[in-house]
Ligand binder design. Structure first.
Ligand code: FES
Length: 264
């Protein structure tokens, strides 16, 4: 278990990730109304899921496999409050039950036909899924704003170590050198990175989704209402972090003032 360094600022609490816990799969802002996306999770049993948002805004998660002929449901599309498979058009409700079979429009589909569903919660700007109905939601609270999600070809444990060594920008792109950051709160799903100088202070909450062995998705949130130029700068920092993690195995923290960016 990861030690909890500080709980109060971010509302982080103990939480098991994996087959029994809640796993972040997408930032809310990245799954619009009628949006459909694939999410993979490296758990005890690897999961391949479809996550979708209905016209009314409800989010749901199913196995990414149509019960009819096995087509990936993530290739499908939303019709109102249903997810429609792209192959033969069978439609599934939020509870996974088959509601309509186009080849038999007058037939009520048998209750035995349905997609395998997962618990799905939208909380504090992030969509989470869980396999365990007995495990109550116990999710970190930040109150921030989604920045971006980023796939990195490194294990989560490596990324946690590298984040503890990184510097993050506190101003718009290229204006000043990024400042040293430290992890001020951490649990099984997430951590909070903070950088503070006399002039400015910034926090990032980073949620970890184990995708496959050696591949991790980072879902990054920032303090709310940051200026656009600082958000752009943070987005570039995220890309640089990925490059450093994948290619160097250490953080690139030297500042090139003339170029206005970090250099290896
Ligand atoms: S495979 Fe999905 S409707 Fe046939």
């Amino acid at each position: 278990m990861y030690g909890l360094l500080k709980l109060m600022n971010a509302g982080l609490t103990e939480n098991d990730q994996g087959s029994d816990g809640w796993v972040p799969v997408v930032l809310s802002a990245d799954l619009p109304v009628a949006g459909v996306m694939r999410a993979q999770i490296d758990a005890t049993q690897p999961l391949d899921l479809v996550v979708w948002r209905s016209r009314s805004g409800q989010v749901s998660a199913f196995d990414n496999r149509c019960p009819h002929r096995g087509m990936r449901l993530s290739f499908g599309f939303v019709r109102g409050e249903r997810l429609s498979c792209i192959y033969h058009g069978w439609q599934y409700g939020e509870d996974g039950a088959c509601r309509h079979i186009p080849a038999h429009p007058d037939m009520t589909p048998p209750a035995s036909i349905g997609a395998n569903t997962y618990l799905c919660r939208e909380y504090d700007g992030v969509i989470w899924i869980s396999q365990n109905a007995d495990n109550p939601p116990d999710l970190p609270t930040f109150g921030g704003q989604g920045l971006r999600s980023l796939s990195v070809n490194r294990d989560e444990a490596d990324l946690r170590k590298l984040l503890a060594e990184t510097c993050i920008p506190l101003s718009g792109a290229g204006e000043t050198a990024p400042a040293e950051a430290s992890i001020i709160a951490e649990n099984q799903t997430s951590l909070v990175l903070e950088s503070t100088t006399e002039a400015a202070s910034l926090q990032l909450m980073i949620h970890f989704q184990k995708v496959t062995p050696g591949k991790t998705m980072l879902h990054i949130q920032t303090n709310p209402d940051l200026p656009v130029d600082l958000r752009i700068s943070l987005s570039r920092w995220a890309e640089r972090f990925r490059w450093s993690a994948e290619n160097m195995g250490t953080m690139v923290n030297s500042w090139d003032a003339s170029a206005g960016e970090m250099r290896p």
